[in-house]
Design a protein around this ligand. Structure first.
Ligand SMILES: Cc1ncc(COP(=O)(O)O)c(C=O)c1O
Length: 407
C-alpha cells in the first residue's frame, strides 16, 4: 500500500457503508450478491469490471485517484476484498493468489524462535509450509489434537505467538471448539487464526467466536466452480490488516483481476450452493450410515459424530464434505473411487460438481502407513466433496461403484 493512498476512501468507493453496522446489516444472502459492488456510475454496468491494468494515470507526481500499481491495489480486487470482509462480518479483507499465499502471510507475522500450536490433522499443504519452509527459519510447531482443549493449552509455551486451526478438519471432519481455543490463545497473548475453507462464512464465522484472523482458500466453496485459485485473510484488527497489506504488497502474491472477478461471481451464489451442498451431504451421510459395507461415516451432522454438539452450536449447518470408511482393502477402495461416473476422481473440493478421493494413496500419501493408521486414516477411507447435482444420481452412483468393487 502506498503511503499516500487513502485506503478508506478507496474502500468506500466500492463498499456500501450501509452494511457497516450490525443492527442494520443486510442478510448474508443479500450481502453475498451486493456487498462491495455498485453499478458503474458512468455506464450503469452491473458487474464489477475486470480492471486489466498494471498501472494507473497520475494527475501529478504522487497524486493518483486511489490506484497507482496493481500489485498494491486493483479495483476488481478491492470489490472482492470488501465482499469477502462483509461475508465474514470482518472490518478488513485482503485477497491473495492462493490459500497457501494467505497462510504464508500469517506466518510472515512471526520471527525466528517463535512457536506455533496447530492441529495434528491440518491440511497437508499447511503442514508442509510449517515443517518444510518455516522450520528452516527457526519457527517451531507443535501438532496436537485440537478437539482436546487441554491438549491445546498444555502445548503453549512462553514463545507461542500463534494458534492455527481448521474446523471441520480434513478428512475426518473433526470439530474444534473455536470459542474455547480462541480463549486459550488470548490468555497466552497469542493470535488465533482459523482456516475457514471447509465451512465458509455462510456456515461459520470464526471472528464472531473470538478468532483474530480468518484464512480462506477461495479455490473451494467461495469460488465454487473449480475454475480459479485464490486466498483471503479477514480480520477486525486494523494493525493486523495493515501488516497483511504490507506483506501483500511486499511479497506480491496477489490475485489478478480476472481471478478476482471469478470469485466475486462465485460468492453471489454461495448461500444457495451451500444450502444444496449441505442438504445433499446430509442425505448421503444418512444413506451411507445404513450401508452394510460402510463401517463408519464422518459427517458432523450425524448425531454419532463426536463433534456434533459443538458443530451444532458454532455452525449454521454441517457442510458438504464427508468421509466414510469402507469395510474394504486399499485396492477395493481404490476400485470404488475409480468406478464412479457422476463423482469425479479428483483432489480439491467445494465446486458445484461432486468429487471423490481416497486419502491413503492421494491427499495423505506422504504420511507413513503406520502413522496414517494411527491417525484414523484407514486404507478403506473415502472422502467426498458432495456437489449440487440431484442427490438420487449421487447415491445411485455410489451404490453402483461400491457394489461393483465389493460384490
Ligand atoms: C483447508 C485448506 N486450506 C488451504 C488450502 C490451500 O489452498 P490453495 O490450494 O488455494 O492454495 C487448501 C487446499 O486444498 C485446503 O483444503
Amino acid at each position: 500500500m502506498a503511503d499516500d493512498r487513502d485506503e478508506d476512501e478507496v474502500r468506500d468507493q466500492h463498499y456500501d457503508p450501509g452494511t457497516d453496522s450490525d443492527s442494520d446489516r443486510l442478510q448474508i444472502e443479500t450481502r453475498s450478491i451486493h456487498a462491495g459492488q455498485k453499478p458503474d456510475e458512468e455506464t450503469g454496468a452491473l458487474m464489477t469490471p475486470i480492471y486489466a491494468n498494471s498501472t494507473y494515470e497520475q494527475d501529478a507526481p504522487g497524486e493518483h485517484r486511489g490506484y497507482e500499481y496493481s500489485r498494491t491495489g486493483n479495483p476488481t480486487r478491492t470489490d472482492l476484498e470488501a465482499n469477502l470482509a462483509s461475508l465474514e462480518n470482518a472490518d478488513y479483507g485482503r485477497a491473495f493468489a492462493s490459500g497457501m499465499a494467505s497462510i504464508n502471510t500469517v506466518l510472515n507475522l512471526l520471527e525466528s524462535g517463535d512457536h506455533v500450536v496447530t492441529g495434528n490433522d491440518v491440511y497437508g499443504g499447511t503442514h508442509r509450509i510449517f515443517t518444510q519452509v518455516y522450520e528452516e527459519y527457526d519457527l517451531e510447531f507443535s501438532f496436537v489434537d485440537m478437539t482436546d482443549l487441554e491438549a491445546i493449552e498444555s502445548a503453549f509455551r512462553e514463545e507461542t505467538e500463534l494458534l492455527w486451526l481448521e474446523t471441520p478438519t480434513n478428512p475426518l471432519m473433526s470439530i474444534v471448539d473455536i470459542e474455547g481455543a480462541a480463549e486459550i490463545a488470548h490468555e497466552n497473548d497469542a493470535i488465533c487464526a482459523i482456516d475457514n475453507t471447509f465451512a465458509t462464512p455462510y456456515l461459520q464465522r470464526p471472528l464472531e467466536l473470538g478468532a483474530d484472523v480468518v484464512s480462506h482458500s477461495l479455490t473451494k466453496y467461495l469460488g465454487g466452480h473449480s475454475d480459479v485459485v485464490g486466498g483471503a485473510l479477514l480480520t477486525n484488527d486494523a494493525d493486523l490488516d495493515e501488516r497483511f497489506g504490507f506483506y501483500q504488497n511486499s511479497v506480491g502474491a496477489t490475485p489478478g483481476p480476472f481471478d478476482c472477478f471469478l470469485v466475486l461471481r462465485g460468492t453471489k451464489t454461495l448461500p444457495v450452493r451451500m444450502d444444496r451442498h449441505c442438504e445433499n451431504a446430509r442425505t448421503i451421510a444418512g444413506w451411507l450410515d445404513d450401508h452394510p459395507d460402510v463401517d463408519r461415516v464422518f459427517y458432523p451432522g450425524l448425531e454419532s459424530h463426536p463433534g456434533h454438539e459443538i458443530a451444532a452450536e458454532q455452525m449454521d449447518d454441517f457442510g458438504g464434505m464427508l468421509s466414510f470408511e469402507l469395510d474394504a482393502t486399499l485396492e477395493q477402495a481404490s476400485e470404488v473411487v475409480s468406478n464412479t461416473e457422476v463423482f469425479t476422481l479428483a483432489e480439491s473440493l467445494g465446486g458445484v460438481e461432486s468429487l471423490i478421493e481416497q486419502p491413503a494413496p492421494m491427499t495423505h500419501a506422504a504420511i507413513p502407513r503406520e502413522e496414517r493408521l494411527e491417525a484414523g486414516l484407514t486404507d478403506g477411507l473415502v472422502r467426498v466433496s458432495v456437489g449440487i447435482e440431484h442427490v438420487d444420481d449421487l447415491i445411485g452412483d455410489l451404490e453402483r461403484a461400491i457394489d461393483a468393487a465389493l460384490e
